[in-house]
Design a protein around this ligand. Structure first.
Ligand SMILES: [Zn+2]
Length: 122
């Protein structure tokens, strides 16, 4: 669904339900995604049971370095959002991150210590 926000901007949302009131007007219950900075909790409400998820396939980034030595390869793997990740970054999924670490094509950042799931299984 396309939702028109106060002020006229539009965003897309997911329709969860609709009802018709006593005057015959339709009301749609629509869920929209907004940045966390745009919302604030209501005092006294418990949000601990709200599901938390992260975008799949975007957990890791590869950072190319301007050199390549045996003891320090030319690619560094970071967690998305690592403070040390700089420059031109390429997002990779868990499978690809696992291969790059296993084959020693990339080293793990010492700051964020990325550990792709598949490599943890050994
Ligand atoms: Zn890092």
């Amino acid at each position: 669904m396309t939702v028109t926000l106060p002020g006229g901007r539009t965003t897309s949302g997911r329709l969860n339900g609709r009802r018709r009131d006593a005057d015959g007007r339709w009301w749609y219950e629509v869920a929209i995604a907004v940045p966390a900075a745009a919302v604030r909790p209501v005092d006294g409400e418990d949000y601990s049971q709200v599901p938390t998820e992260r975008d799949r396939g975007k957990e890791w980034v590869l950072q190319p370095l301007p050199y390549d030595r045996a003891e320090k390869r030319a690619l560094v793997l970071h967690k998305v959002g690592c403070w040390a990740a700089k420059g031109r970054l390429e997002a990779v999924d868990d499978d690809m991150a696992t291969v790059f670490i296993r084959e020693k094509w990339a080293t793990a950042c010492e700051g964020c210590e990325p550990a792709p799931k598949r490599s943890r299984r050994g």
